[in-house]
Ligand binder design. Structure first.
Ligand SMILES: [Zn+2]
Length: 296
């Protein structure tokens, strides 16, 4: 791991045991709890790569990573945590080619790790519905985000940008979401698209929620919303050199994770460690199905 941040990471996590201890504390802050019977005493079986905790009441064996995005991964926890460490640096993103080299893993493994961590960043727990005063509007991503062919065809991807403010008018959360093409007609968000977006991203108890259904209205009503679309494009260009493709939503999720951690004053590495120990998102493809041409 020959990286600028490697020294501070090494100081904190100098061994696999230190990583196990860190993740154990996050998963069971009050001590082990059996997922079957909630009993708090376990016998530790240390014959495997990761310890198994055998409940002393019901004898169920639980691994540290059972049910999480890290489950069944053969990659050492230290490499996982280092990937999280790198993804938690707000000023720069990390792509799979760079991660492959920094972690000495295959491209497929690096891609898979980033994909899983981004799914954790896009979970409902990571991005709860927006509350308070919500402003949302249609925006478009084009040059720099799509493939050369898509850009040459003049295609643009509609996205929804949204911000939430608390009672003092202070911005505290943002959301960015790819809009399915069926929800847009003549560059306007259809009512079904509004409902779809609101159901996922806006708390029904929000004090107010205004959704601008065209780029023109977004610009007129909420000039500030477009800042996030533009910042995202710059971040994509710097980190991934474009090519969002079919994974665009997962990149939006990573970007939003960083922005929200910063707005809320939450340390991103701690938050990402926590999310990695939560119940996993079920829809993750295996590394075998990854195509290296999706160079991120
Ligand atoms: Zn038990």
């Amino acid at each position: 791991m020959n990286h600028l941040f490697a020294d501070s990471f090494d100081a904190r996590f100098d061994s696999e045991a230190a990583c196990i201890e860190w993740l154990f504390q996050i998963r069971w802050p009050n001590g082990f709890e059996c997922p079957s019977c909630a009993h708090s005493h376990a016998t530790v079986i240390s014959t495997r790569r990761l310890p198994l905790y055998e409940c002393r009441r019901c004898l169920r064996q639980t691994s540290l990573t059972a049910g999480t995005i890290l489950e069944k991964s053969r990659t050492p926890l230290r490499k996982w945590l280092y990937a999280m460490w790198l993804m938690s640096q707000p000023e720069q993103g990390i792509n799979a080619v760079r991660l492959q080299s920094l972690l000495s893993v295959t491209y497929k493994t690096a891609f898979y790790m980033l994909r899983k961590l981004r799914l954790a960043m896009g979970s409902l727990e990571a991005q709860p519905a927006l509350s308070g005063s919500v402003q949302a509007g249609l925006d478009y991503l084009g040059r720099g985000i799509l493939s050369v062919q898509e850009a040459a065809e003049g295609r643009k991807t509609p996205i929804m940008t949204a911000v939430a403010m608390d009672t003092t008018g202070c911005l505290n959360q943002v959301a960015l979401a790819v809009v399915p093409p069926a929800f847009v007609r003549d560059r306007c968000l259809l009512p079904v698209g509004k409902i779809h977006f609101a159901e996922r991203y806006i708390d029904p108890n929000a004090t107010s929620a205004v959704i601008a259904d065209s780029l023109l209205r977004t610009n007129r009503q909420f000039v500030n919303l477009r800042i996030y679309g533009h910042s995202f494009r710059d971040w994509m260009l710097q980190t991934f050199h474009g090519l969002g493709g079919g994974y665009l939503q997962t990149y939006l999720d990573e970007f939003v994770f960083q922005v929200n951690a910063s707005l809320q004053g939450v340390p991103p590495f701690e938050k990402l460690s926590y999310l990695s120990m939560r119940p996993a998102h079920p829809y993750v493809r295996s590394p075998r199905s990854v195509r290296p041409s999706l160079a991120a």
